[in-house]
Design a protein around this ligand. Structure first.
Ligand code: SF4
Length: 160
């Protein structure tokens, strides 16, 4: 089960996208120095498919991407929701997942990956290495190709 605490329109989490970012709680990663410790708790409301679609409908035309930020407690649910968005809205609305994992879960490859996600961010937060905007970061943002291969586009964050 996924729970979300809030949502926001963001401009820099996914390059060239205006993103409806949905912040998910129940984070199991326990990163030392976590920048959003409230997201580790059992807080917020359940993010059902119906709830997510209602949220997205409210921003259609205003956003180009929907980002699920977190959800490592239930990656299969994240993938299901993002696949549904792509089925319903097609290529005009991209989908992204911000995971704190170092690697994708088993089975998140090939068509099972590309049918759900346009972008995947991997890597736990390490305060000494910094976020994606730091050239020394351990985190990576990938653009998912149709065959499920992943193009590392992290450097897009370092050019500003
Ligand atoms: S993944 Fe994010 S929310 Fe979860 S523990 Fe790490 S920094 Fe905190």
């Amino acid at each position: 089960m996924l729970k979300y605490v809030n949502h926001d329109i963001v401009f820099s989490e996914f390059p060239d996208e205006v993103t409806l970012a949905v912040n998910l709680s129940l984070c199991p990663n326990g990163c030392p120095g976590c920048h959003s410790s409230y997201l580790q708790g059992d807080v917020g409301d359940e993010l059902t498919e119906t709830r997510l679609l209602a949220l997205v409908d409210g921003y259609l035309g205003a956003v180009t991407c929907v980002g699920l930020m977190g959800g490592d407690n239930d990656p299969v649910a994240v993938r299901h929701l993002c696949r549904r968005l792509k089925q319903l809205y097609g290529p005009a609305l991209r989908t992204g997942w911000y995971s704190g994992r170092s690697r994708l879960p088993a089975g998140f490859s090939g068509a099972a990956l590309s049918e759900a996600f346009d972008y995947v961010k991997l890597g736990p937060y390490r305060r000494q290495l910094g976020p994606l905007s730091s050239s020394g970061t351990n985190q990576r943002l990938y653009r998912v190709q149709p065959d499920g291969s992943m193009e590392d586009i992290t450097a897009r964050f370092w050019r500003h």
